[in-house]
Ligand binder design. Structure first.
Ligand code: HMG
Ligand code: MG
Length: 302
């Protein structure tokens, strides 16, 4: 039985904008977060506290977290790969802390090295004190699992590797996990195998689908996930982004496209599609291009 409602984390301000070449001002990022919450998004991945040498686009993390106008009932998350990042995320007054932090590992050894400069086992050792510190402060913890179906360096990834990583995440107290197809190579069966491997460690309510649309498979993979009962997804308004450590990866699937799919199936999201399209147009104008969303384009040219 398909879920009757779905919760979407818009990861555009982080996953999207981390990979845009031209600089985007903190003000524009704050404006994007504002428009997303006005469109009904209840979870927004705002920024990441990573090394500015690795990802200069997120160097304004503290400024963005300071500038957003919090709305009740919205969960704001940030990426923190290590204690240094976590400490930076909570250096601000408490009302500027993230509601949730995200540690991010990979099912592929090679991708772990390229993305966070350490092995999978070492990454878990780094995450453990971050998870402990966050939970001690009442901050929720999500774990992103990259390359759960394919890796730009290793090719196909076996579901066993996904299960292994999910087990490690569970072991250190990560509360929920994202099954990410970082380079968008997945097809429904493969994505379902990755989710099933994760289900050995996490309940369905604690698993979200994070699909990039590089090969145009993200909506099919969303439907395949819904069929397994997954009801949490991540997507980027206007299909922003990609990944700096995955060459050729396009952005996340566009939130507009996912919302259209879900509403068409009678699944509630709480999102106002017209306002969401406006949010996508806003940030695309900042970037000087069209939104990468078929639904946005179709509705705007109707
Ligand atoms: P490292 O070089 O191994 O770490 O980087 P280090 O501890 O040796 O530190 C080296 C330098 O970085 C030092 O500065 C540290 O202070 C600094 P220096 O002394 O050279 O001036 N540093 C930091 N600065 C700010 N914030 C921090 C931080 N940590 C160290 N938190 C590290 C390790 C993880 C930091 C680095 O590899 C990094 O920042 N990588 C970026 C990873 C990233 O942001 N990737 C994109 C997000 S993941 C993604 O998009 C996938 C996802 O969407 C799911 C999917 O689709 O697959 C989530
Ligand atoms: Mg991603």
């Amino acid at each position: 039985k398909l879920p009757t409602r779905v919760k979407i984390v818009d990861v555009g301000p982080r996953d999207g904008l981390q990979n845009e070449k031209q600089p985007v001002s903190a003000e524009a990022k704050i404006g994007l977060v504002q428009r997303l919450q006005e469109a009904g998004l209840r979870e927004i991945e705002v920024t990441s506290f990573v090394s500015p040498k690795w990802v200069p686009q997120m160097a304004d993390n503290a400024e963005v977290m300071h500038g957003i106008q919090r709305q009740g009932g919205v969960r704001y998350s940030v990426l923190t790969p290590n204690l240094k990042g976590f400490e930076a995320a909570i250096a601000a007054p408490r009302d500027e802390w993230p509601d949730e932090i995200v540690v991010f590992g990979a099912a592929s050894e090679a991708f772990s090295q390229k993305n966070i400069n350490c092995s999978i086992a070492e990454s878990i050792e780094r995450f453990a004190p971050v998870v402990e510190a966050a939970r001690a402060k009442g901050i929720a913890v999500r774990g992103a699992m990259s390359c759960t179906v394919g890796c730009p360096y290793e090719g196909d990834i076996a579901p066993e590797k996904v299960g292994y990583l999910a087990g490690l995440m569970k072991g250190i107290g990560v509360q929920r996990v994202d099954v990410a197809d970082t380079i968008g190579v997945g097809t429904p069966g493969k994505v379902q195998r990755a989710i099933e491997a994760t289900l050995a460690h996490y309940g369905i309510d604690a698993i979200s689908g994070h699909f990039h649309d590089t090969y145009g498979q993200a909506l099919s993979n969303t439907l395949a996930s819904l069929e397994l009962g997954v009801w949490n997804f991540q997507s980027s308004v206007a299909g922003l982004g990609g990944c700096p450590y995955a060459k050729g990866a396009t952005g996340n699937v566009a939130t507009e496209d996912v919302v259209y799919l879900l509403h068409g199936m009678g699944i509630e999201t709480g999102i106002d599609l017209d306002k969401l399209i406006d949010a996508g147009v806003y940030i695309s104008e900042v970037l000087g291009r069209e939104p990468h969303s078929r639904v946005s384009k179709a509705i705007r040219t109707k």
